[in-house]
Design a protein around this ligand. Structure first.
Ligand code: PXP
Length: 251
């Protein structure tokens, strides 16, 4: 039997819609509660330096009012470290951040940024926060994550989701190789970015992957069928891919 695959629901874009009018609706904390009821195993939120979606107050409320584990996505800055240490989320995923980007465009350069990242990984870890590094699927980055002492990596699935045809197959292969390598290196493997109903199954079928973090598509799809329905369908697609994998492994 492969391990259970957890779903972390990223509620950033509920806050994006709220902020378009500057009021309180729709409330990301209400979305997090609904996600919990729909089968999410965790809530993910990215407090960006420019506060374009999630606010400091959202993080305080999510930490206080939601029973599911909170995964705080954050840049490696002193400001974000101080916020993480104040709220002590279950996990902190360190992501690269550029103000001008529309979303987190590439993985963290864990190898090139080693000296900068080291104190953040250590301080978060010492505070009992499970640190993950959002990286591209490459041996160099995985080995840097090990050297940094991060227990978890999240593989960036954005390029795979955007690609088509043979290029998508090649990127999936790269993700599969990296996921297999996490096992050898003793890292827990997560994946996320850009995943949709169409792209989730092959990633859910990678046996080493233990958690997917999915946001934009789920919130977008909620416009048409509700958040409950979009999360339940995603959960079902993930579970089916995992069941098929178990069938293959026991055949
Ligand atoms: N994982 C990480 C590290 C991210 O930065 C994001 C985007 O905030 C996601 C997962 C979710 O990506 P998406 O919103 O495209 O599903």
């Amino acid at each position: 039997m492969s391990r259970k695959l957890r779903l972390g629901v990223n509620i950033d874009h509920v806050a994006t819609i709220r902020n378009a009018r500057g009021g309180r609706h729709p409330d990301p904390v209400r979305a997090a509660r609904q996600a919990a009821q729909a089968g999410a195993d965790g809530i993910t939120a990215h407090l960006r330096e420019d506060r374009r979606h999630i606010s400091d107050h959202d993080i305080a409320r999510l930490s206080r009012d939601i029973d599911l584990p909170l995964n705080l996505e954050m840049a490696a800055t002193d400001e974000m470290l101080e916020i993480a240490l104040r709220h002590k989320p279950h996990a902190a995923c360190i992501v690269p951040e550029k103000r001008e980007e529309r979303t987190t465009e590439g993985g963290l350069d864990a190898a090139g940024g080693f000296d900068h990242l080291k104190p953040y990984v250590e301080t978060l870890g010492r505070a009992g926060i499970r640190v993950s590094l959002f990286i591209e699927a490459s041996r160099e980055q995985l080995e840097a994550a090990v050297a940094l002492g991060a227990p978890v990596v999240e593989l960036h699935t954005g390029a795979y989701c955007e690609a088509e045809g043979e290029r998508r197959v090649a990127l999936l292969h790269q993700l599969a190789e990296a996921a297999a390598l996490t096992e050898t290196l003793g890292l827990e493997c997560h994946a996320g970015h850009g995943l949709s109903f169409d792209t989730v199954a092959p990633i859910a079928a990678l046996p080493e992957v233990m958690e997917l973090n999915i946001g934009h598509f789920l919130v977008g799809e909620a416009i048409f069928g509700g958040l409950d329905s979009s999360i339940k369908r995603m959960r079902a697609l993930m579970d089916r891919a995992r069941d098929e994998l178990d069938g293959e492994m026991s055949a």
